[in-house]
Write a new protein. Structure first.
Length: 288
């Protein structure tokens, strides 16, 4: 049970998958982990209260322990390994899961053949929790019941595209947003042909807010070397910029940059994770 009202923002379920459960702090050799296999469930929630990360984690830890889970590893920000630890975790992306690099907590636990991890962080106005659970069979439910007031529409859809009506709210609240419905083939810089609701919504937002400027940031999977992937990710961002210009947005309001595979949102060990990592995000660069 969360200490305040919670809304589920995203969820996924992947049968017959693997997950590297972090079980220690980041060090020169990386993050110690345990490879586990089974059904991998991920869920993220936003908590509608400006709570501390300890306020968020403590009741979840108590609930897990009351249900027989054994804590394997538990840490806070710097003790976890800070930036390097956070970016070793396959977390859902903004705005579904927000992580303040200066204030987060992590917990790994096990019960029998099952394991789970919790990541909690916060913004100035909300708390955020992501749970990753791996079980031999589909669990049929979350270990930490959130009783969400606003569950993810349609059940466990992976990273749902925001409706046009709330696009502006989500973008301005988080400052960045993944354009979830864009499609890029592996190794391709050109946006595949199609009607993309996210681009229509973004073009409409920019039309309604003529002083706003944005940056498009391209990402790739980890196939190939870094220099080539940075060039590819920038080509993807440039392709999206071209599509927005075709929708009537002035080109001088849009930057297009690429970071290659340096900011994954999922594991590159699976085809599904690689697909999720091939993406373009929009970031607001306006300061007022």
């Amino acid at each position: 049970m969360f200490p305040a009202p919670a809304n589920a923002t995203a969820s996924s379920l992947e049968p017959m998958a693997s997950y590297r459960l972090p079980i220690g702090p980041w060090g020169p050799e990386g993050v110690p982990s345990r490879l586990v296999e089974g059904t991998v469930e991920q869920t993220a929630w936003r908590i509608a209260a400006p709570l501390s990360t300890l306020d968020l984690m403590a009741p979840l830890r108590r609930q897990l322990q009351a249900e027989g889970w054994q804590v394997i590893y538990d840490c806070e920000t710097a003790a976890c390994g800070g930036y390097d630890f956070r970016y070793s975790l396959p977390l859902m992306t903004e705005p579904d899961m927000h992580v303040d690099l200066g204030d987060f907590r992590y917990l790994a636990a096990g019960k029998g053949a099952e394991v789970l991890s919790l990541m909690v962080s916060r913004s100035q106005v909300s708390g955020f929790v992501q749970m990753t659970r791996v079980s031999p069979e589909p669990s049929g439910g979350a270990v930490v019941p959130p009783q969400p007031a606003d569950p993810v529409p349609g059940g466990p859809a992976l990273y749902p595209t925001p409706a046009q009506g709330d696009f502006a709210v989500r973008l301005e609240r988080a400052g960045s947003l993944v354009l979830e419905d864009l499609v890029f083939a592996s190794g391709a810089g050109q946006l595949e042909a199609g009607d993309y609701a996210s681009l229509v919504a973004l073009a409409g937002y920019l039309s309604d807010h003529p002083a706003r400027r944005i940056a498009l940031v391209g990402h790739t999977d980890a196939s190939g070397g870094l220099p080539g992937n940075i060039a590819l990710s920038e080509a993807r961002a440039a392709s999206v910029r071209k599509a927005l210009i075709a929708l009537g947005v002035a080109g001088d309001r849009i930057e297009a940059k690429g970071v290659g595979y340096l900011a994954p949102r999922a594991s590159n060990l699976t085809p599904e994770g690689q697909t999720q990592n091939r993406r373009v995000e929009v970031m607001l660069t306006s300061t007022q």
